[in-house]
Design a protein around this ligand. Structure first.
Ligand SMILES: Cc1cc2nc3c(=O)[nH]c(=O)nc-3n(C[C@H](O)[C@H](O)[C@H](O)COP(=O)(O)OP(=O)(O)OC[C@H]3O[C@@H](n4cnc5c(N)ncnc54)[C@H](O)[C@@H]3O)c2cc1C
Length: 484
């Protein structure tokens, strides 16, 4: 029997774990997953803290892909709760329901603001912007300038930390597809009657594992490590990737001060592209290094609180558009499932702050951020400071691959270079520099598995052909001998 091919997978987020388990199912591979953090799950993990569970910003499971839906359901069975989304926007001290509801918007905005919004919407329908380059252009063309500045500008700028004029229109087109004010008003008025025909972006059904988002990924990781040919190493950061003649030979990891080397036939990476390029040994060409250094990432800090209060808000997510507040979003873990808190009189709240790692905000100590978050929570009227029992800070330096105006040019240079390495496959959110959800990260992992399978099939075919040719050659020799 042919020996198993070795595959090294960098990262144990949804992409890495999906690739790992799918390769094991083929029974032809021996896989090793290398994870820099102390826990598996990547951005989709769930952290236990003093009797409460926190996602890194609540992660809901939603997909258009039948394959992914079936995969999730087969894995989770009855531990996968069907839920209905409830989301609001906090702006000018008012909570706006999302999807928008006409009377709720009228109450919050006042009649004059509403008239101005509708007029600016009508204007843009008649005179749309011809050149759509930025996020601002794209959204203005669909909603009008007024609604764009109320419901998109402040929040988007909080998330990305750059002016909406400098954000590529790609981001809007990927995230806010097929939505129009006309449709929003229509569904706000007649939503109940046409529930199943709502456009995708305002559909509100999703699933959630009974013990938090990370439960699903823990199950996958358990299946991997139970298999004789699967292993996961945590606290091992890939720091160097050795290559020769456009073939990856090995990766070097660092755990505390210990260095370890892993060789393999195939490598699949979900680590950020910039870091991948900078880890190559020998180093990448100058133009590729410059392009990689121009790929930007937005960091995320979550302030996670245990609050001594039973009911704080009915929302799964509360989007904070208010300019005076630094926070971008509040996630109420209790509203996903009450399993997220051991003490049912408590609430697990997660406040999201978006920042670049070289910003002053990132440099604040955990205590400073927790103090600020407590003040902001009180300002919103969600909880009083003395009701907060405990809390912790979580930092992700590369939570969002940034789509600034020139990102595509730099990304193409990086991808063109990396595509020359036949035994290196890229996948996942930062692995492809694509701002996408778990389902897309998984689909990219399925693709990686198919590519590896195809390469192996071709190699087996080659080996088979060579063997056959050798048999024929030796057979001919015998025949010739016999002839003489
Ligand atoms: C706040 C927030 C909320 C979100 N909400 C949702 C949601 O509701 N639904 C949804 O579907 N998606 C959501 N997402 C997106 C989702 O988190 C991602 O799509 C998904 O996690 C991507 O999976 P991945 O494996 O590509 O990357 P990641 O989850 O980022 O995993 C990559 C892994 O690689 C590891 N790694 C990186 N570099 C190295 C290295 N050098 N060596 C070893 N390991 C390394 C990282 O530590 C990490 O564990 C959200 C994202 C954020 C930030």
């Amino acid at each position: 029997m042919e020996s198993k091919k070795k595959v090294v997978i960098i990262g144990s987020g949804p992409a890495g774990l999906t690739a790992g388990i799918e390769l094991l199912k083929k029974e032809r591979y021996q896989i090793t997953i290398l994870e820099q953090e102390g826990m598996i799950g990547g951005l989709a993990k769930t952290i236990n803290f003093k009797g409460c569970k926190f996602d890194i910003g609540p992660h809901h499971y939603v997909t258009e892909s039948k394959k992914i839906k079936t995969w999730w359901k087969a894995l989770m069975g009855k531990d996968f709760l069907p839920l209905k989304r409830f989301t609001r926007i906090y702006y000018k001290k008012h909570f706006f329901k999302y999807p928008l509801e006409v009377f709720n918007v009228l109450r919050g905005l006042n009649i004059f603001e509403c008239i101005k919004s509708v007029l600016s919407y009508i204007k843009i329908r008649f005179f749309p912007l011809k050149k759509v380059k930025s996020f601002e252009d794209w959204v203005t063309n669909r909603f009008g300038k007024r609604l764009y500045s109320i419901f998109f500008k402040t929040y988007t700028e909080k998330v990305w930390g750059i002016d909406c004029k400098d954000i590529s229109a790609d981001w809007a087109s990927e995230r806010i597809q097929s939505f129009s004010l006309g449709k929003a008003i229509f569904y706000a008025l007649f939503g109940k009657a046409f529930k199943n025909k709502r456009p995708r972006t305002i559909k509100d059904d999703f699933h959630y594992p009974i013990l938090g988002s990370g439960m699903l990924w823990n199950k996958v990781a358990n299946q991997i490590t139970k298999n004789d040919f699967g292993q996961i190493f945590v606290d091992e950061k890939v720091i160097e990737i050795e290559h020769e003649d456009f073939e990856i030979r090995s990766v070097l990891t660092k755990q505390a001060e210990k260095l370890k080397k892993y060789d393999a036939n195939h490598f699949a990476s979900s680590m950020p592209l910039q870091e991948l390029i900078l880890s190559l040994k020998p180093i990448a060409p100058e133009d590729v290094l410059i392009a990689a250094n121009n790929l930007k990432y937005r960091g995320l800090i979550t302030a996670n609180f245990i609050v001594n209060k039973k009911e704080i808000c009915p929302d799964h997510w509360l989007y904070v558009h208010e300019k005076d507040l630094f926070m971008g979003r509040v996630g109420n873990m209790n509203n996903f499932t009450m399993n997220m808190v051991d003490d049912k009189n408590h609430t697990a709240l997660s406040l999201e702050y978006f920042t670049f790692v070289d910003d002053n905000f990132w440099k604040k100590t955990d205590e400073e951020i927790l103090d600020l978050a407590k003040i902001e929570l009180e300002k919103m009227g969600l909880a009083r400071q003395e009701q907060i029992l405990d809390g912790f800070i979580l930092r992700c330096s590369t939570a969002y691959p940034v789509y600034n105006k020139n990102y595509k040019k730099h990304l193409n240079i990086v991808l063109k270079y990396l595509n020359q390495f036949e035994n290196l496959q890229l996948m996942g959110r930062n692995g492809l520099h694509k701002y996408n959800n778990m389902d897309a990260a998984m689909l990219s992992a399925f693709k990686v598995v198919s590519k590896i399978e195809k390469q192996e099939m071709l190699r087996r075919k080659d080996d088979f052909t060579i063997e056959k040719e050798q048999q024929i050659i030796s057979g001919e020799t015998v025949t010739q001998k016999e002839l003489f």
